[in-house]
Design a protein around this ligand. Structure first.
Ligand SMILES: *Cc1c(COP(=O)(O)O)cnc(C)c1O
Length: 349
């Protein structure tokens, strides 16, 4: 096929490399912020000759119960990634509108915007944390969607809910504040969900991929009021969620399963504290970003340490941050997996 058929924004895309797309071989996987906990699911499927419910009520009810919202405030998506894409498809006009992001942050905001020919107003996490609301809203300018990843991947930094509220107020007539809470279960008191009582221009993104240990299921949620969700409902595919996925998601959201998730989160948080304490003493770690989420991001004295770990089968996620390419994000795995991290650094000293 001729390249000339491609729109310019698509022709100039770089292939997105996700944590899983690279052909890595390893034995310890700490590169995609997945949960180390795996649970067998039971599945009995009938009526696969029929289309699924567009929005399976059992899942919507269970999630709205978990999030303490009304069912009408919950939309199920194929992962939070689909939520990101849907918001842009619904609210942004290609080649005209823009989004605002605060870097370093999650890579999919840019990928989604680039594929849809939506401009990016790139601000920094430092500005988000430091600037007054008036200054911030001026910098955000005419951006239609403002993505606040909270806690932020990969820095772990938190944006106080009060600040999100003030920003929502300041931009009430000009932008949607999209709060990406992929890691909120690791810092639940910071959720912006309560803002939905007062704001129609706040959307919260959620996922079952991280604390709920179901990255393979591809399930996420958009939490918002009718003003946001009604138009998105017109844009989303007619049957986005397969019957099989809906059944498993329902099981993952029973009260018992939620209790189990919370127990696992506290284990991971404690594994993280231990690893953090250990890393902070390593002479090979020159900077440690201590924040929230099931990951630790750090700077190493030497970038070749990362390839040594890869060769030994311990796969972590390298990053270029603040212009330097010796950063690493380590997902919090089991104690046994984290032992491999210690072993690698000890043997490198
Ligand atoms: C992992 C992650 C997602 C993606 O979630 P899926 O539900 O797996 O698509 C979204 N946002 C952030 C910040 C993430 O780290």
């Amino acid at each position: 096929m001729s390249n000339s058929l491609l729109p310019q924004n698509i022709a100039s895309l770089k292939a997105y490399s996700s944590a899983k797309s690279e052909k890595l071989t390893g034995s310890t996987w700490l590169n995609a912020n997945e949960s180390p906990f795996n649970k067998a699911v039971e599945l009995s499927l009938d009526e696969l000759n029929r289309y699924p419910k567009p929005q399976p009520e059992a899942v919507i009810d269970a999630y709205s119960n978990y999030a303490q919202l009304a069912p009408t405030q919950v939309l199920m998506t194929r992962g939070a990634d689909e939520g990101i894409e849907l918001l842009m498809r619904t609210f942004c006009e290609p080649a005209k509108d823009s989004i605002a992001i605060f870097t370093p942050t999650y890579g999919m905001y840019k990928v989604s915007a680039d594929t849809q020919n939506i401009a990016i107003n790139e601000l920094s996490q430092a500005q988000l944390q430091r600037d007054q609301i008036s200054e911030l809203s001026e910098r955000i300018g005419s951006a239609k969607l403002v993505f606040i990843c909270n806690p932020n991947n990969p820095t772990g930094s938190l944006t106080p809910v009060d600040k999100v509220a003030s920003l929502a107020k300041a931009l009430e007539n000009s932008a949607l504040i999209v709060v990406d809470e992929a890691y909120i279960e690791f810092a639940p008191e910071q959720s912006a969900v309560s803002l939905l009582q007062d704001f129609n221009n706040v959307v919260v993104l959620r996922t079952l991929s991280k604390a709920f240990a179901l990255a393979g299921l591809r399930t996420g949620f958009l939490l918002a009021n009718d003003a946001v969700l009604n138009p998105v409902r017109k844009v989303i595919a007619p049957y986005p969620v397969s019957t099989a996925v809906a059944k498993i998601a329902e099981q993952a959201l029973t009260p018992d399963a939620v209790t189990q998730m919370r127990r696992q989160v506290s284990i991971l948080n404690s594994n993280k504290s231990k690893l953090e304490a250990w890393l902070s003493k390593s002479p090979l770690v020159t900077q440690l970003l201590s924040g929230e989420g099931n990951f630790i991001t750090l700077q190493l004295s030497d970038k070749t340490l990362i390839s040594n770990a890869m060769k030994a089968g311990t796969i972590m996620r390298p990053f270029t941050l603040f212009g330097e390419d010796n950063w690493l994000r380590i997902s919090i795995g089991s104690e046994q997996e984290l032992e491999q991290v210690k072993l690698w650094l000890e043997q490198s000293e």
